[in-house]
Design a protein around this ligand. Structure first.
Ligand code: G3P
Ligand code: CA
Length: 260
């Protein structure tokens, strides 16, 4: 497949499937991650949280309500309780029977096949989750050398700082929401701080413009904005020179220009 995108500097952004190819399959399931591979994504993104009994599972919301047939907070449910849930039917009946994966299952299944962007989701709810994620990587030899196929990111910057101290050989990123800026501006002070413990500054796409992309790069950080669902945004961000694009539709990025 030809990558249709090339910025004026000639580089093409890394294609990152958000929660897997979540436009085409139920988010954070093996079906969505398989689809990311099918659509030639370079990475897929996943969200990690922790069950009542300390298992690392993949889900975006802090409750199971939206993306399964169950109810309740992840932190109040055991792994066995969560594993019994159907994580596919809410999206489409053809995905009935999909289960909630563990982080370990995703690492085992996709190691060496596609990059994995791991988000520590609401880590403040799960004390010790940084060490547990590091242990899962180390157990599989995925954290001993500078491993560019794994990146760990979070909106909780303290958590990323902590993860970086535990496992400095793994790349890290800070996610930046509108609410974490003053009037939508990512400041040089913030970037100067991020560069001491992170490799990526990954903002909501609406926080970017040419100047902000340039300043991120001047601070020796890369940027993979989220979440792109249309081609106009993909083209605009590519022209600004972003390093990657986090999208629900990885096919958007790899679609030949002639197909539009
Ligand atoms: O990877 C970026 C993106 O996943 C952050 O937002 O809410 O989808 O986790 P959210
Ligand atoms: Ca996420």
């Amino acid at each position: 497949v030809t990558n249709a995108f090339a910025s004026t500097s000639g580089s093409t952004p890394v294609n990152v499937a958000h929660r897997g190819a979540s436009g085409q399959a139920p988010e954070n399931t093996l079906a969505a991650f398989d689809k990311a591979i099918e659509f030639n994504a370079d990475y897929f993104e996943l969200d990690v949280q922790m069950t009542k009994d300390g298992k690392l599972i993949l889900m975006h919301d802090t409750t199971v309500d939206r993306t399964t047939d169950g109810t309740g907070a992840i932190k109040d449910l055991t792994f066995e309780e969560i594993r019994r849930l159907d994580a596919g039917s809410w999206f489409d009946q053809s995905f009935a029977g999909e289960t909630v994966p563990t982080l370990g299952e995703a690492l085992d299944r996709y190691k060496g096949k596609i990059g994995i962007l791991i988000e520590l989701k609401n880590p403040e709810l799960y004390p010790g989750i940084e060490q547990k994620v590091a242990d899962e990587l180390l157990k599989r030899n995925m954290g001993t050398t500078d491993n560019s196929d794994i990146i760990v990111q979070s909106f909780n910057w303290e958590s990323i700082k902590q993860f970086h101290e535990i496992l400095p050989s793994v790349s890290t990123g800070v996610l930046i929401s509108n609410a974490q800026t003053i009037e939508g501006k990512i400041t040089n002070e913030q970037l100067t701080s991020f560069q001491t413990y992170a490799d990526y500054a990954n903002p909501n796409k609406g926080l970017l413009d040419q100047d902000t992309v340039d300043r991120i790069h001047q601070h020796k950080l890369k940027t993979w904005p989220y979440t792109v669902t249309d081609r106009e945004w993909a083209v605009r961000l590519t022209e600004w020179g972003v390093d990657g694009i986090i999208t629900d539709y990885p096919i958007l990025i790899n679609m030949p220009a002639s197909a539009t």
